[in-house]
Ligand binder design. Sequence first.
Ligand code: PSU
Ligand code: MN
Length: 305
Amino acid sequence: MKNFLEISKEVKQAKEQGKPIVALESTIISHGMPYPQNVQTAREVEQIIRDNGAVPATIALIDGKIKIGLTDDELEQFGNSQGVAKVSRRDLPYILATKQKGATTVAATMICAELAEIQIFVTGGIGGVHRGAETTMDISADLEELAQTNVAVVCAGAKSILDLGLTMEYLETKGVPVIGYETDVLPAFYTRRSDYPVNFRADEVETIANTLKAKWDLNLQGGAVIANPIPEEHAMPEEVINTAIASALKEADDKGIAGKDTTPFLLGKIKEITAGKSLDSNIDLVKNNAVLGAKLAVELQNLNK
Ligand code: PSU
Ligand code: MN
């Protein structure tokens, strides 16, 4: 296992000094945002994490290695590459074995973070149960990963390209706690609210850290979803986003998009339909998650001392 891990200087040093570390995914860089906003956002998110007392570790697959932390050059090169593979649990071994560039999804990033002993991971949104999954069986591997891998994922909820109700049911079945930070309901990524209550509301970061510690002290396998609503001033009008989602879903259906292409296709369409407005919201919510994730990593590190 150690052969595959390549830990950056910054992250190595953080480990030696016992500093809190926050994992970041790379599918959001390669498949979630266009160049150069993707690289710029990734850099800014890393800096926000440093400014809030933790050390960022962006995770990606390069040359047969799992990179835990990218240098500035690596980030630039990665974000500017065409044809990077989207890598979930299933894809990880093949992409490593064939030494292709791979962008890790939430599921794959959780796996790599756990290998590197990182417990907190910040992203934009998680995958979930797709609408119509009762016939397509399209359920993101992210949910299975949350059920088995000991990493907490800070996100802005999930996009309503998914069936949020079924996603919550699935997480409940798998015993994955969904904790709302300053919210009673699951946020829907671009908007602060959905119709679905979170399992627990926490207004203090300390409460979240204590909950995670209790879970893992009890050896309850699996992660947690820390749902952090997009700040009001960056949220999108509900009608605008719902219309965009409906038309993206219809086009995906007409074109017969399936499997791992579905999520990137829908995200791309929504961006197109909203003339880039969704991208601005997306960037803002990730930054907002970075602040919370860093604070949570600091708090958890203090508890573990
Ligand atoms: N949802 C978003 N933005 C994203 C993704 C999901 O709002 O960038 C990416 C994440 O990397 C997530 C993956 O893990 O898509 C889920 O893909 P799938 O539905 O194929 O499991
Ligand atoms: Mn899928």
